[in-house]
Every structure is written in C-alpha cells, then in structure tokens.
Design a protein around this ligand. Sequence first.
Ligand code: FAD
Length: 498
Amino acid sequence: MTDPIDIVIVGGGTAGWMTAAALAATVGKDYRVRLVESDQIGTVGVGEATLPQMKDFNDHIGILEAEMMARTQATFKLGIEFRDWGYPGSSYIHPFGEFGRPRGGVDFLQHWVRARQAGEAEPIEAYSYAVQACRHGRFDFPVEDKSEINSTYAYAYHLDAGLYAAYLREFAQARGVERTEGRIVGVDRHAESGLVEAVQLESGEKVSGDWFIDCSGFRSLLLGETLEVPFEDWSEWLPCDRAVAVPSERDDRPAPFTRSTALEAGWQWRIPLQHRTGNGHVFCSRYISDDEATARLLENLDSAALADPRVLRFQAGRRSRSWEGNCIAVGLSSGFLEPLESTSIYLVQVAIMALTRLFPRRRPEPALINEFNRLVDYEYDRVRDFLILHYHLNQRDDGELWRHCREMSVPDSLAEKMELFRRRGFIDRYRFGLFAPPSWISVFLGQGLSPAGHEPLADNTPLEDAIGRMRELQASIDSRVQVMPAHGEFVADYCPAT
Ligand code: FAD
C-alpha cells in the first residue's frame, strides 16, 4: 500500500476551513489533510456578506442550509443597496436576479430602453422581482417553474464569518482533517527544486507535506514571503486601503440585503445578522485619518455599538500567480479586492473548486498549474473591472476620492464594456465573468450611464405590445411581493439561531 498524499493547509480562517471542508468531502482517502493555525495570530474576522454561489459550494460538499444558517446567525441576502453612489440622495439595488423577461428573443433591457425613451416605462427596478422583495423587506425561496416571475432570482447569505469557520472546522474534523494549533516560524525548502518541504512550528515540531495550501491571510506566508511571488498592485484603480469595523445591536426587522452607503472618502457597509448588525467604513487613508473614519462610522450607526471599532489595512491586487510549485494560495494570501460586492469568499470558492478538479498526485504538473492560474486570474480581473465601475461612474462633488476616481483612466477591458453599453445597451455574457448582465445593468443605470440606442431586433416587437407587457409584468411582481413573508419572520421560522 502506498503512503497517502499529504496536504498541509496553512491557516484556519474562512479560506483555510473552506478548503479543508471541501477537500475532506471530495478528494478521497488517497489524501491526508492537516491544517495548522495559530490562535495567537487569529483571523481577519470580517467577511459577513456572500454571493449566491456560496449555496452551490455548501450543497456541493453536503452542508445543510438551514443548519448552517442557524449555526452562523445567518439571514438571507437578495442583493445590495447602493446609497449615494451615483450622487448624494440616489439609491439603487444590485439584485441577484433578472430585470423583466426576454421577449421575441430580445433581452428585456432592449424593450425597456425603447419604452423609457418614449416616456412609457418606470425605472428599471420596477421590473425586478428581487429588487421589489428587497424594497418591501420580504423573502421567500424562488420557485422552480421557470415560466413564473418569482423564479427569476437567487439568494445569498449574511453570516457571522467566525461562526462559519467554526462550523466548517467541525465539519472537516468529523471527516478526518487533523488540526494543529501552533505558530509557524520557519519554512523548509528543497535545496534544488525549491519546493516547500515542511513548516516549522514555534514548539519545534515540523509539519511536512507533499502539497501546501497557503491560507495564511494578508501575510501570504508561503506564496508571498517564502516563494516571493510578486504582488500586482491595483490601488491606482481601487485606492481604498483601510476599513474600520464595528458590530452593533441587532435589527428586529433585518433587511434582506446589504447596504452600502457612499461617504466622502469611502463607503459604509451595513449587514444584518440574527444576533447583531455588522458595520464597517472602507476608506482611502490618503483622504481621511483612522480617527476621522472611525468617528464617521460611529455617528452613522443605526443601533448601539457592541464592541470597540477595529481598523484593518489592505491593498487591492493579487499575486501574479496563485499556484507556484507545490504551493497554492487560497484567500487573502492570493489577493484582495475590497468588500464592495462581497467577492472574497466567492474567490476562495473559485480557487477551491478549480483545485479539487485539477489536483495532481505527487508532482507539480505544469499544464494543471497553468490552467489553475489562468482560471483564478480570469475571475480576479473581471471582478476588478466591476468594482472599478462603481467608483468611476460617479457624479459626487464632495470629496477628492470621487473626483480622482471619476477622472482616472480605467483598464481597457472596462472602457470597452462601458462603450458597448452606452451605444446599444449591449452586454455579452462572455466578457463579464462572475457578474451576469443584470448586475452590470444595475450599476450602469444606477450610477447614470444610459444606453443611447438599442438593438435593431427589438423593433420587431411593436412598441405598444412591449409597453403593455411591461405593465402586466410590473403588476404581477407587485401583487406577488405583497404576499411574501417578512424576511425576519421567514428567518425566525426557517433557521432560528442555535
Ligand atoms: P484570515 O482570516 O486572515 O486567516 C489567516 C489564518 O492564517 C489564521 O488562521 C491565522 O492564524 C493563520 N496564520 C497566519 N500566519 C500564521 C503563522 N505564522 N502560523 C500559523 N498560522 C498562521 N469577504 C466576503 O466574501 N464578504 C465580505 O463581506 C467581506 N468583507 C470584508 C471586509 C474587510 C474590511 C476585509 C479586510 C475583508 C473582507 N472580506 C469579505 C474578505 C474575507 O474576510 C476573507 O476573504 C476571508 O475571511 C478569508 O480570509 P483568510 O482565511 O484568507 O485569512
């Protein structure tokens, strides 16, 4: 019998325990998984808002939704409200769902643009089931019948990141993952190949392995510090570099969405959980001090703070390769894009899913490594463009950050997307990555970029027909949303905290 293949996971934050849980559930008994974490160092401890793809991850590894939600004090999330982003006083919701329905083989947006130009359409959010559910504070599961309007959305979770990591730890340990508590103080490498052979703990113990998964957080202990894989700095486009976070008292009527409010030198998040509300102010240290940013956050809270505010520092960007030799970085050790669209845990998930499909046996295989790096880079680049769009498309005149972002030159890939939307409302799925067309539509329109024209195919539907259909759709959404359960009641019934 051959020895099992040893995988060592360095770090036990969300990334480390998600990786451990997924490997334990999927890779089989040829592999032995060990996770090293340091209680003394702790985790980043934020990361409460997610994307709908998290449900796929949990389903894939066999996590039961209601149990996970109860254990993590979770609520449902149907989208994100952006307040004051286009200009002070403005508001729009980026929903996890469609706007309207296609007609005559043409996207709803195209009919809406024609009707809007004729003065016969409401703002686009009137035709989104998910947005209307958010606006009314309601939640229910989408129905399976795709012909129904209440099948046209998905949902994610707000959850306590610390509790989620603890839940995954229990899940992974029950499936054979071995946990070692200890601080890593050194890394051994093979003299010729440069491959990582072992990590040394403060206690003197050495933990050796065939593969090392670096989940050590911003420090990037293996990939960055040891293997010196360069960091690509994207702060010229995403200049926010700090956040101050504080929990506050719970909301009795939790909204089924995250709120993001633009401020003079950044923005503030508000995330309703069952036991508390998560709050944070993401800001650019060039334009505001830590003390001022903290004061601003505290004065904006809707409920009493439950702890002292905590400042976190970061830099936007990613490592030029996430997989080098026998070391694969997952999570903050591979890169970070600020939490505006809750994409970090999603990027962890992307890396894990790619890894479980491409995992070699004992030796690094260049074809697999290259494909992994290509997949991860692809996701990062597209998320980056989507985030930059939020900052770039603004008409705010209250801070240097906003003027800088409005006037900065953006990556060509984003400039092209904006131009196609401006001319035709054209959004082609292959160019846009994680975020589907409705996501881009909501930000383009919500922050003031409207199409000047529409696709010629839309003219095959008589305008009166299109307008009549839109009115029916709006009436149908309104009547159904009215009878949905209140979000807080739904949560209390489905997954009360344990
Ligand atoms: P960490 O949580 O930092 O874990 C690192 C682990 O490595 C720890 O266990 C630590 O003990 C261990 N470690 C480090 N050095 C050593 C050593 N020498 N020896 C032993 N162990 C070591 N993501 C979202 O998806 N949604 C959000 O809403 C969101 N909000 C965020 C807000 C802010 C302000 C920030 C900064 C991030 C946010 N994120 C969000 C990102 C999210 O928090 C992270 O992606 C996620 O928590 C994963 O972190 P991690 O596990 O990579 O790192």
